[in-house]
Design a protein. Structure first.
Length: 436
């Protein structure tokens, strides 16, 4: 985790003290249920909870010192708790194995992280919708292959982003459901030394569901799906970020990141206003996507359990969620403060001499009896003259002067095909589909 790209609420979920508090709750809830079943004295859970109510400080350094000797983190924690609670602590961890604690804790941390990410997505969606409605009918050029195609509106560009992140939210909700599982099944997952009702009790207390069958570990296909979902969201972040970066290029300059008073763009060139936020988002998206591959490789563990997944998850659990949290918040800020230049959009559309209306002329010719092949040839031969003049010639003028074209279409019919508003007649329909 890089502090530069971390926000406090998400970081706090992954702090050692937060982890140990979850460990304690798992152990105490399990001991409580074991007491109800008569496996351990009820006084054991009471002793644990009585100590917990004193709001003890988790001494991370002391636990680390014990682990330096035991070479086992869960044993180190249990030893430290026993030193503080006393004799009743010996009933903790009855019939359990370390993975019961570790895997269930990871599930809690990932669900807590997901809840923050869902809040982030809601904030991003709200910002995109506000700007989309603001520019619902702001004309701009649609591009394919980076080349002028046909007119769209800037609101439609943003509506694309809204629909995509709305899908991301749906996927993330599914991923949360997938990852929110609890395993308290003991060695190799057979419940030989612990009753399944303990697992169900702990799961309920922690807001999880019991894993149907664990093999001492929760199956890692769940985690692979989770981190793959984060990777897809990262891809959507980059798609919108790259669009902003392209629109901010000097030759385009239809939109740009907000540039605050006193901000500097370059140490060498005082005139620079660089898209640093969206470039940064592209980099963060690369990292988040990179975490998906080791999660996929974690699926194939040896037999009922090995720990090859463990070191991987110590990296990707915090890093992927913390980075995505930061990236979503940063993108929300970019969208919220994005500087948008409708006049430049209009000027860019106009600079190619009306080429953006070529399809309408093509269709009009075919509807007036010209074969599609001939219609394409007639429009293209005039369009190429405009293209090669870099927009100094006007397509409408050339078409009016073309005898083969004028034999099929009147000047009035040609002029009608150069109406910009024609392209926007279904904007309301699209907005209704996207925003309801």
């Amino acid at each position: 985790m890089v502090p530069r790209y971390a926000r406090p609420a998400m970081t706090a979920i992954w702090e050692p003290e937060a982890k140990y508090r979850i460990w304690f709750e798992i152990e105490a809830h399990a001991t409580e249920k074991l007491g109800d079943l008569g496996v351990v004295p009820k006084s054991a859970a009471k002793a644990l909870w009585d100590w917990w109510e004193t709001k003890p400080k988790i001494d991370v350094e002391a636990i680390d010192a014990i682990e330096a000797v035991t070479k086992h983190d869960v044993i180190a924690f249990l030893t430290w708790v026993a030193e503080n609670v006393g004799d009743e602590a010996r009933f903790m961890h009855q019939g359990m194995t370390s993975s019961d604690v570790l895997d269930t804790t990871l599930a809690v941390q990932l669900t807590q992280s997901t809840d923050l990410l869902l809040e982030d997505l809601d904030e991003l969606l709200a910002a995109i919708e506000r700007r989309a409605r603001e520019h619902k009918y702001t004309p701009t050029i649609g591009r394919s292959h980076g080349i002028h195609a046909e007119p769209v509106t800037f609101g439609l560009k943003l509506a694309q982003g809204y629909a995509e992140f709305d899908r991301c939210k749906t996927r993330l909700l599914a991923a949360r459901e997938e990852i929110a599982t609890c395993a308290i099944s003991g060695a190799v997952g057979t419940f030989a030394n612990i009753d399944p009702s303990v697992e169900e009790y702990v799961a309920e207390k922690l807001g999880l569901k019991a894993e149907p069958v664990s093999t001492q570990v929760i199956p890692r296909d769940r985690h692979a799906m989770y981190f793959a979902t984060l990777a897809v969201i990262a891809g959507s972040i980059e798609r919108l970020a790259v669009e902003v970066r392209h629109l901010q290029r000097t030759e385009v300059l239809e939109a740009e990141e907000f540039f605050s008073k006193g901000q500097k763009g370059s140490s060498a060139m005082p005139h620079k206003r660089n898209p640093i936020l969206t470039e940064n988002l592209t980099g963060q998206a690369r990292m988040i996507r990179a975490y998906a591959l080791p999660a996929l490789e974690n699926v194939a563990l040896w037999h009922e359990r090995d720990i090859s997944h463990s070191s991987v998850e110590r990296f990707i659990g915090p890093d992927a969620t913390i980075t995505l949290d930061f990236a979503l918040a940063r993108l929300t800020g970019v969208v919220d403060k994005l500087l948008i230049y409708p006049e430049r959009m209009q000027a860019n559309m106009d600079r190619m001499g009306g080429l953006i209306h070529s399809q309408r002329v093509l269709l009009a010719l075919t509807q007036n009896g010209v074969s599609r092949e001939d219609a394409y040839r007639l429009v293209q031969r005039n369009a190429m003259k405009v293209w090669e003049s870099d927009g100094k010639l006007m397509l409408l003028d050339l078409l009016k002067a073309d005898e083969e074209v004028s034999a099929a279409l009147t000047e009035e019919q040609l002029e009608e095909r150069f109406d910009l508003d024609y392209h926007f007649k279904q904007v309301d329909t699209i907005f209704d589909r996207v925003f309801g």
